[in-house]
Design a binder for this molecule. Structure first.
Ligand code: GLN
Length: 197
């Protein structure tokens, strides 16, 4: 059994847990405190509001333990606000949150809530069929470091990126019925589990 955590401070937590529960051999675990991190093989940072989640991470004294776990190899996937939490640089902000991925992100890069949109893209690493992509007040990645692999671009902007055991998407696979991204992340987690067991 693979145990997948979803950071459960704010945002689209339930939607990710529902996706995880529909995959065979996976348990989804809401993560609210540092001790919860010891029970998981991988972690999803959901979409929501990155400023709010960042503040709650500090209040719950979860930020530092989380950084340490991810630095030690815990696979992590940030969706939308989760991508912003992972970024080392956020344009127009002097501070970052977890600051672990070598990416420069622009928040609300497509405009306001009204400018939210859906499109689809072929992402060969993830699926042989096009994947629906839902963007809600989404960021995109403006620049990536040398160790970051770009998995998907939309209109020349990077929207899915990967750096070793860290994955980040500007869009929300948990708001569609397409589970390919969840399966892709689970396969990364399984590989990591094999390496460390
Ligand atoms: N705009 C939000 C932020 O900057 C992210 C939106 C989302 O996660 N859907 O944190």
């Amino acid at each position: 059994m693979v145990s997948m955590g979803v950071l459960a401070l704010q945002g689209a937590v339930r939607e990710h847990l529902d996706c995880l529960h529909s995959l065979p051999g996976i348990t989804g675990v809401p993560i609210k405190k540092a001790a919860d991190l010891d029970r998981i093989d991988g972690l999803i940072l959901p979409g929501g509001e990155s400023t709010a989640i960042g503040k709650l991470l500090l209040e719950c004294q979860l930020g530092l333990p989380l950084i340490e776990k991810i630095q030690a190899g815990l696979p992590v996937w940030g969706t939308c606000a989760g991508m912003i939490l992972l970024a080392k640089n956020i344009i127009g902000q002097t501070h970052c949150h977890l600051g672990l991925m070598d990416i420069i992100v622009r928040r609300n890069a497509y405009g306001s809530q009204l400018d939210s949109f859906t499109t689809s893209a072929c992402i060969p690493e993830v699926s042989s069929a096009p994947i629906p992509l839902v963007f809600i007040r989404a960021p995109y990645v403006e620049q990536v470091g040398p160790d970051v692999k770009v998995l998907a671009t939309v209109a020349d902007k990077f929207v899915a990126v990967e750096q070793a055991h860290m994955l980040a998407t500007a869009f929300h696979p948990e708001l569609t019925s397409n589970l390919e991204f969840h399966k892709y992340f689970v396969s990364k987690v399984r590989k990591q589990k094999l390496t460390f067991s």
